[in-house]
Design a binder for this molecule. Structure first.
Ligand SMILES: NC(=O)c1ccc[n+]([C@@H]2O[C@H](COP(=O)([O-])OP(=O)(O)OC[C@H]3O[C@@H](n4cnc5c(N)ncnc54)[C@H](OP(=O)(O)O)[C@@H]3O)[C@@H](O)[C@H]2O)c1
Length: 221
């Protein structure tokens, strides 16, 4: 397969890129910082410098041409303010979807977040930091924009709190799971399995668990 990863120098994304390239898939990684090219090259990934807050649909679509799938793994990051929750976590995910449709790439895995249900319908959860509320709203808005598109086969993955603990290859993956954490290694492994075994229209939450990744993905309803 040829896969394009948006936010390719991120901590989940680098793990994902290495998993894909080590099994022989062709991987292109979108990064905004040219200094990140060398790291991607050392992982066997073709770096493409594109700032997803500046790029046009046509520029992104040109990179996606001929790909089998795209993964949105970018994010404004914990230090970003409210504005970049919207320009990255929402708008860049939408841009990637627009570009995938333009390029005729159907398979799209959107890395969202557990907790977005708390802001559904414009709700504001009590006692939640306003930047985090903006983050959840941006993630939910991205889901709502991307999921209904008939030109894409979208799977929305909502991980719990991400950790850098070593992966176990075992997860809990379901429409709703109890809050928890999950190693980034295991998030990357689940994304690979979702690219191999797409579940169009599925929205699934992910935390650490006892089920083998491939079995957990195969069991998605
Ligand atoms: N942290 C958590 O506990 C948690 C929980 C659930 C879901 N998530 C979501 O999981 C995903 C992956 O998380 P992570 O920890 O791997 O994220 P990360 O390490 O912060 O990586 C995010 C990547 O997005 C890139 N990015 C930001 N703005 C960009 C732009 N304008 N154009 C291109 N790339 C851009 C960043 O590049 P730069 O280095 O250039 O900034 C960075 O490499 C994110 O969507 C995050 O919101 C996180």
């Amino acid at each position: 397969m040829r896969i394009v990863i948006a936010g390719a120098h991120g901590r989940v994304a680098r793990r994902l890129g290495r998993l894909l390239s080590s099994r022989g898939d062709g991987v292109a990684g979108l990064v905004r910082n040219p200094d990140h090219r060398a790291d991607l090259e050392s992982d066997g990934i073709e770096p493409v410098v594109l700032d997803l807050e500046q790029a046009s649909v046509e520029e992104v679509a040109a990179v996606l041409a001929g790909a089998d799938g795209v993964v949105f793994a970018a994010g404004g990051g914990s230090n970003s303010g409210i504005a970049r929750k919207d320009t990255v976590d929402r708008a860049a995910a939408v841009l990637l979807a627009d570009a995938a449709e333009t390029a005729g790439v159907r398979r799209y895995v959107l890395v969202s977040s557990m907790g977005v249900d708390a802001v559904a319908g414009g709700a504001t959860p009590d006692g939640t930091d306003e930047v985090f509320v903006a983050y959840l709203r941006a993630k939910l808005a991205a889901e709502q924009d991307v999921l209904p598109r008939t030109g894409l086969d979208v799977t929305v993955l909502r991980p719990g709190g991400l950790t850098d603990a070593p992966g176990t290859g075992r997860v809990r993956l379901d429409r709703h799971v109890a809050r928890g954490q999950v190693p980034r290694d295991d998030v990357a492994a689940v994304i690979v399995a979702l690219l191999d075994d797409p579940h169009s229209g599925a929205v699934v939450e992910l935390v650490a668990g006892d089920t083998d990744v491939a079995e957990a993905v195969a069991a998605i309803v």
